[in-house]
Design a binder for this molecule. Structure first.
Ligand SMILES: Nc1nc2c(ncn2[C@@H]2O[C@H](COP(=O)(O)OP(=O)(O)OP(=O)(O)O)[C@@H](O)[C@H]2O)c(=O)[nH]1
Ligand SMILES: [Mg+2]
Length: 274
């Protein structure tokens, strides 16, 4: 294990919830600030996951400007060992380019972010799944750190784009994302910083054990439900780059849908506790 302490967002202890037996955490290890071993993520230490255990999954909808870059980054960072699954609703060359890069492509009528990402998460059977957008905004260089956190006992590792300021994000979206995090924190009683990030790592058993239903609000749901059920959920700061290609998000309608999901899911999870 490396001795270097990893960066935290300074409030990560809010995520230091004990992994319960119900939560099915591997060993209950939940130290946020303990040493991590990014390098170990790619080695094959006994019982530790490697990139051979990792699926990187995404919805893809007319992303021909970005898809080659995203898939090349995954390939380079994981030495070609991560499996890639794209659930695609495109009318452009995105699926061809994805296949040329060795991805598994599942075709699906476009029905929104969450419908595509649900299929993408549930399709592979590797034990660790990482979601990302196919727009070159998320840093695939963070994959080793995310896997190292899972090997350190995390059930969910969530990329916090706002920690570094997210200057590449449109100001309206940035404001909305701060507001979503504030509302979710209030309703959960736990501080979270980025509820709508597209880049997360999940232990497969977590996404199989909890029920999830949201579409545009899926990302928020998949942070809130595990956190409120006592899984070991950790936010980690990530870089965030300007998007290649056109957005598929309607900031007003999408924002309203996300706000509704946050309130609904938080209330459902609070009620579940009684
Ligand atoms: N298959 C499929 N993919 C979708 C659909 N809607 C969005 N996506 C993909 O889901 C990911 C997220 O969409 P984005 O347009 O990046 O949404 P966003 O991240 O909220 O907005 P940006 O800030 O513009 O990146 C992208 O990879 C899209 O191509 C859909 O209906 N079907
Ligand atoms: Mg995006």
């Amino acid at each position: 294990m490396s001795d270097s302490a990893h960066t935290t967002n300074g409030a990560a202890s809010a995520f230091d919830a004990d992994a319960t037996d119900e939560a099915g955490s591997a060993d209950g290890t939940d130290s946020i600030d303990g040493p991590t071993a990014t390098d170990d993520a790619v080695s094959a230490d006994a019982g530790e996951y490697t990139f051979d255990d990792l699926s990187v999954v995404m919805g893809t909808y007319n992303e021909e400007e970005a898809i080659a870059t995203v898939l090349e980054d995954v390939d380079e960072v994981t030495d070609g060992r991560a499996e890639v699954v794209c659930v695609d609703g495109s009318s452009d060359r995105t699926p061809e380019i994805a296949r040329e890069h060795g991805a598994t492509v599942i075709e699906q009528e476009p029905q929104g972010y969450g419908v595509a990402v649900r299929e993408a998460i549930l399709t592979p059977d590797r034990p660790v799944v990482v979601t990302t957008d196919c727009d070159d905004t998320y840093p695939m260089e963070a994959l080793p750190e995310f896997l190292a956190e899972i090997n350190d006992g995390a059930d969910v590792v969530s990329g916090d784009r706002l920690y570094h300021g997210a200057k590449a994000m449109p100001a309206f979206n940035r404001l909305g994302n701060h507001a979503f995090a504030a509302v979710a924190s209030l309703l959960m009683g736990e501080r979270v910083h980025d509820t709508t990030t597209g880049m997360r790592a999940y232990r497969r058993e977590v996404v199989e054990e909890i029920g999830w239903t949201e579409n545009t609000g899926l990302s928020a749901e998949l942070l809130i439900r595990p956190l409120m059920r006592g899984y070991d959920v950790r936010e980690r700061p990530i870089a965030y780059a300007e998007r290649l290609g056109d957005t598929k998000l309607d900031p007003i309608g999408g924002g309203a849908a996300i706000a509704k999901s946050i309130v609904t899911v938080c209330l459902e999870e609070q009620l579940r506790r009684f």
